[in-house]
Design a protein around this ligand. Structure first.
Ligand code: BTN
Length: 275
């Protein structure tokens, strides 16, 4: 079982997760981090739970959150950048989670092949074409006219394939289901927080992804691949070229023209399914 002490000893950060709230069961860790934001706690507050009873996914969906195998955590941040630049932080977290999982698999001796582990734009982590992590970012106005951000991270770590509900069994996976490696959850939290702290500082310094773009694109599984862009009213295929420093996806259409796609407006899929 996870507990607060095990997470605390795995932390190597200066400020990220230095205030830590661990609970066995919560409705949603995003709510705990939101309360921390409302009540004036310092930037970097982290809520972690072993199980969520009302885990939220993107687009109003729920997030499967059983006990004893996965990571559910939410960090609250008060970034020193304008609110328009904050959505890029969700890509900063995706990069940090990918780096953390990479560290853990490398330490375990597992040989990751290039392209096995990566980011599906903008912020899903994919292993062997299956989604193993989702990120839900919420921006909240604060009382003083300022704002805070809650970034919620759900990582499927040691969950068994047969434990997924049928409707996501084709597309969902965990670190364990894809590699056979059992990962120590507190240590993985420590690695993700370590990378996030460094990447966040770079992001806030430049107010964009310019210092992280190369690291992100290296892990972007869609790069140089044909993707399907699903707009509310059209659907077309294009080749993904990379990201802008704001975190939008740059694609090239068949006629050679380039298009910049903003997260949230459209969804991007592989030609034959999720990736
Ligand atoms: C997605 O649908 O891809 C986003 C999933 C986000 C899940 C995490 S789990 C921790 C945090 N608490 C929640 O209720 N959601 C996020």
């Amino acid at each position: 079982m996870m507990n607060k002490d095990k997470i605390a000893v795995a932390l190597t950060t200066r400020w990220a997760a230095r205030e830590l709230d661990y609970r066995d069961v919560v409705d949603s860790t995003n709510d705990i981090a939101d309360d921390a934001g409302k009540s004036g706690k310092a930037s970097g507050f982290l809520a972690v739970a072993d199980k969520q009873e009302a885990g939220r996914g993107s687009r109003g969906r729920s997030w499967v959150s059983p006990s004893e195998s996965n990571i559910f955590m939410s960090i609250m941040l008060r970034p020193d950048i304008s609110m328009e630049n904050a959505p890029g932080l969700t890509l900063v977290m995706a990069l940090s989670v990918a780096e953390g999982i990479e560290d853990m698999l490398n330490d375990s001796g597992y040989e990751l092949k290039s392209g096995d582990l990566g980011i599906k734009w903008p912020n899903d982590i994919v292993l062997n074409k299956r989604k193993i992590c989702g990120i839900l970012t919420e921006l909240k106005p604060a009382a003083d006219g300022d704002y805070y951000v809650v970034i919620g991270i759900g990582i499927n770590v040691n969950q068994k394939a047969e434990d997924y509900p049928l409707e996501i069994r084709e597309t969902a996976g965990s670190v364990f289901s894809e590699t056979g490696v059992i990962t120590d959850r507190p240590r993985l939290i420590g690695r993700v927080m370590h990378h996030f702290e460094n990447n966040y500082e770079k992001y806030v310094e430049s107010k964009d992804l310019s210092m992280l773009k190369a690291d992100y694109e290296k892990r972007l599984i869609n790069i140089n691949k044909v993707v399907k862009i699903i707009d509310p009213d059209t659907e077309y295929e294009a080749t993904a070229l990379g990201i802008t420093k704001e975190g939008a996806l740059v694609v090239r259409k068949d006629d050679g023209s380039e298009e910049v796609i903003n997260a949230g407006e459209v969804s991007v899929r592989g030609l034959y399914g999720y990736v």
